[in-house]
Design a protein around this ligand. Structure first.
Ligand SMILES: C[S@@+](CC[C@H](N)C(=O)[O-])C[C@H]1O[C@@H](n2cnc3c(N)ncnc32)[C@H](O)[C@@H]1O
Length: 367
């Protein structure tokens, strides 16, 4: 149903921002802070000039991704910004309530829709109008809002928008992360998205990392972030922030080039048998911290996931994963459960590289 130009907007703030968590079927309602988006996006500006950006899990009235790109539309030199709002998203706060002509006096409700921005007029910075104000942006005839059937990123209408996009940037529903990333790869899109850090180990994701089709962005401090959310926060008092939930183990995934991926990791340690135990089920040594990677070891090393933040494909090669079905591919058949990387077996040998990524230094020092 295309209803552009038939829309009047009634932006209404809900009194109760704290939606009962029980009403929420899947725990996908985490709204990203503008500051977190700014911190990551500063490294990618060179990619956006002349590009169509799609935020396809983003109600423009709530999403800071929309706000970020609308505010910087001209600075980034964007060609177009498309945001789609999903009708399965629960009501949480500042969302748009739409009245469509022909819908009579029905209760206003959240409807799936898209906003397409192709022009943001410069206002000489007098502060009178916030360029992230959707209502203001839509006063410009070049920008349109139109209804969607569902706004589901998997629907045909959204896939058509995906085809049009050059770069997809968002925080998608974690519960659909595998499907979401699969779709981006299927349509050969450039992207920068937030996801659970343990997705590194997903069978749909790890092969992409191994083949250098996908990598980690700069990430969040301590791999944890605060999101606006209706869910109850279980963070300690020191970590608690009003109306927010602290989520640990989150990161940015991208296939956009970033400079850190070409920086050489400085390695100061040297290999010794005593300091780097071997696993009992695979010919590799265990390196428990990235800074301890020995500069002169030419075999396979099991390193923690966080090493991927320092991964430079010119310097290292990814061999495989230490656990799960993907481990079988490289001949690890014996799998121990739990984080037992350094536990001793009866024979006094080390167990498997359970939570490790297996890498090799392409240019080990020989002196
Ligand atoms: C993690 S939240 C992030 C929201 C926003 N991108 C942000 O970062 O502030 C993911 C959003 O995707 C919505 N969503 C869930 N399933 C979806 C689907 N199939 N298609 C599009 N959006 C969906 C959720 O309702 C939720 O609002």
């Amino acid at each position: 149903m295309q209803m552009s130009c038939l829309i009047t907007i009634n932006q209404k703030y809900m009194a109760n921002k704290n939606l009962n968590a029980a009403k929420v079927a899947k725990k996908d309602e985490f709204y990203t802070q503008l500051s977190d988006i700014e911190r990551e996006l500063q490294h990618y500006w060179q990619h956006f000039r002349g590009k169509v950006v799609l935020c396809n899990c983003d109600d423009p009235y709530e999403s800071n991704f929309f706000k970020y790109f609308a505010l910087r539309f001209n600075q980034l030199g964007l060609k177009k910004l498309i945001c789609t709002c999903y009708n399965g998203s629960p009501v949480t706060g500042n969302e748009l309530l739409l009245h469509f002509e022909g819908f009579g006096d029905e209760e206003p409700k959240k409807i799936a829709y898209k906003v397409e921005i192709t022009e943001v007029k410069d206002e000489n910075g007098d502060g009178a109008v916030d360029l992230s104000d959707v209502r203001y942006l839509l006063e410009n005839d070049k920008n349109v809002m139109s209804i969607l059937q569902t706004g589901d990123f998997r629907s045909n209408e959204c896939i058509e928008l995906l085809k049009e996009a050059d770069i997809v940037v968002t925080n998608p529903p974690f519960s659909l992360f595998r499907e979401y990333i699969g779709q981006l790869m299927e349509y050969d899109k450039k992207f920068l998205i937030i996801g659970p850090q343990n997705a590194i180990h997903y069978k749909e994701v790890f092969p992409l990392i191994k083949n250098n089709q996908l990598w980690l962005g700069y990430g969040f401090k301590g791999c944890a972030a605060h999101f606006y959310s209706p869910y109850e926060d279980i963070a300690t008092a020191a970590n608690h922030r009003e109306n927010m939930i602290r989520v640990s183990g989150v990161t940015w995934f991208t296939n956009l080039e970033i400079s850190k991926r070409h920086e050489m990791l400085v390695m100061v340690c040297r290999y010794s048998k005593d300091d780097y135990p071997k696993y009992d089920n695979f010919d590799a040594i265990d390196v428990s911290k990235t800074i301890d990677i020995p500069c002169d070891y030419d075999g396979i090393m099991g390193v923690p996931d966080t090493m991927l933040y320092a991964f430079n494909p010119e310097q290292f090669e990814i061999i495989g994963l230490g656990n799960g079905d993907l481990a079988k591919e490289i001949g690890i058949t014996k799998n121990y459960r739990g984080r037992t990387d350094l536990a001793y077996t009866k024979e006094g040998k080390h167990k498997c590289p359970y939570s490790r990524i297996l890498i090799r230094n392409k240019h080990p020092q020989t002196l």
